[in-house]
Design a protein around this ligand. Structure first.
Ligand SMILES: [Zn+2]
Ligand SMILES: [Zn+2]
Length: 431
């Protein structure tokens, strides 16, 4: 039992580990001759306390695995932070580059219950006559479900990714135009980079939060031109957002086209030192993006976090009627041959959105992969130090096959007796 506890502790709180069958052998290698020497370490899955090698699931979603999502959230926090103030291979000068935090919304698909704000942040009555409480589940749901445009709502989510790509192309064009440059010449002077995350509004529409930055021609390593200001960037974002449009399918004679909603919020990001209270700080932005990177459509669908196999499953789910209708619409549209490319059935649980949750342009900062590699290298070095071997002089032979997922009931029970998963100390969890 102590051995099993030790093995479970190695999972760092992951509750849905991957189980692997196989073996791993480490041998000494003579660095001069290349000859293989003694077997230093041999591991066979059958001799492990759990009967398998257990590997963390690395799922990014909190509802799937809280511990692995926490690692993902921290990595995302570092990825966003390094693009704002440098570090992890990004020069500190990026903190002086013009950068903004922008939120892009979906258009209206029909009136929904809300909390309109009046003068001096007072909350007014909703159109239905009620003064909704902040956590009223009715918020975001349609005033009249029968006239709400579910078809457009689902198709908008399905086109949100392409719409963002169109926007980013236009943005470079708009920035270039304001600098008096052709697009070709623009590249010799500046680069626009971004990191973004998708979030579901209560009404089930995806919106995007993005950090957008102007760098010099070689990215973060080079200073941006003097004309590059946060004001120019903001102005260009507004123009590009208004112009971005993608054509959608024609359904029963209705031609769909998609654009962002009119509500666009663009704010300049200040470094933490100049936090005057109202301004957005680097830390708040990074925490905000990192938080949403570990979520799915839960805001609208509750605990539904995996694809549906049959529409009949929908009846059993404890979700709102609004979410149910969005999912059913996605499922129904998913049967159409002409919409096959949208894979609406596979993505019905995401209300049609099949894009990546968090994406960034190549030059924004480091990558999640690089952060993971650094962590793995650090662990290897630690293990080698503990075993008093040189990591570079050992040969590893390994062969593993998938044997399943998750813990047995007994393992899960034991795992719960272990220390809680790494907490949220360090970075703030809320913006
Ligand atoms: Zn996990
Ligand atoms: Zn209402």
């Amino acid at each position: 039992m102590p051995a099993l506890l030790r093995q479970l502790a190695g999972l760092g709180g992951c509750t849905h580990p991957i189980r692997l069958d196989g073996h791993r052998t480490e041998c000494d290698v003579n660095t001069r001759t290349g000859e293989i020497g003694n077997v230093l370490h041999h591991l066979d899955s059958t001799s492990l306390p759990a009967g398998h090698l257990l590997v963390r699931c690395n799922n990014r979603r909190t509802t799937r695995c809280a511990a692995c999502a926490e690692v993902y959230r921290r990595d995302t926090f570092h990825l966003i932070t390094s693009g704002l103030r440098g570090g992890k291979g990004v020069p500190e000068r990026v903190a002086a580059h013009p950068r903004v935090f922008a939120t892009f919304t979906a258009p209206s698909f029909g009136p929904v219950h809300n909390r309109p704000t009046g003068p001096a942040r007072s909350v007014r009555r909703c159109r239905c006559g009620t003064l909704h409480d902040q956590d009223d589940p009715a918020l975001g749901t349609p005033l009249d479900p029968d006239t709400y445009d579910y078809e457009a709502a689902v198709l908008w989510n399905a086109h949100a990714g392409p719409l963002w790509r169109r926007f980013s192309t236009y943005l470079r064009r708009e920035v270039a135009k304001r600098a008096g440059l052709t697009q070709r010449a623009f590249r010799e002077y500046a680069r626009v980079s971004f990191a973004k995350v998708a979030e579901y509004q209560k009404r089930g529409a995806v919106h995007f939060h993005a950090v957008i930055r102007i760098d010099g021609p070689e990215g973060g390593d080079t200073p941006p031109p003097a004309w590059a200001t946060a004001e120019l960037l903001t102005d260009a974002i507004q123009a590009a957002t208004a112009a971005a449009r993608v054509d959608g399918p024609v359904i029963d004679g209705r031609a769909h086209a998609f654009a962002f909603g009119r509500q666009l919020d663009v704010r300049t990001i200040r470094s933490a030192d100049f936090d005057g209270g109202q301004e957005l700080t680097e830390r708040a932005v990074a925490a905000y993006i990192a938080k949403y990177a570990t979520k799915g459509a839960e805001t609208a669908t509750g605990a539904l976090d995996r694809p549906l196999k049959f529409l009949a499953e929908l009846a059993q789910l404890d979700i709102s009627d609004h979410a149910r209708r969005l999912i059913r619409t996605a499922w129904t549209l998913g049967a159409r041959k002409d919409l096959e490319h949208l894979r609406l059935r596979a993505w019905a649980h995401m209300l049609g959105f099949r894009g990546h949750f968090s994406t960034k342009s190549r030059r924004y900062s480091t990558t999640l992969g690089a952060l993971r590699d650094a962590r793995a290298a650090w662990r290897r070095a630690q293990a080698a130090a503990a075993a008093e071997t040189e990591p570079d002089t050992t040969l590893v032979l390994a062969h593993w096959v998938y044997a399943g997922t998750g813990l047995t009931d007994a393992e899960a029970w034991l795992a719960e007796t272990l220390e809680p998963a790494p907490g949220t100390e360090g970075e703030p969890t809320r913006a």
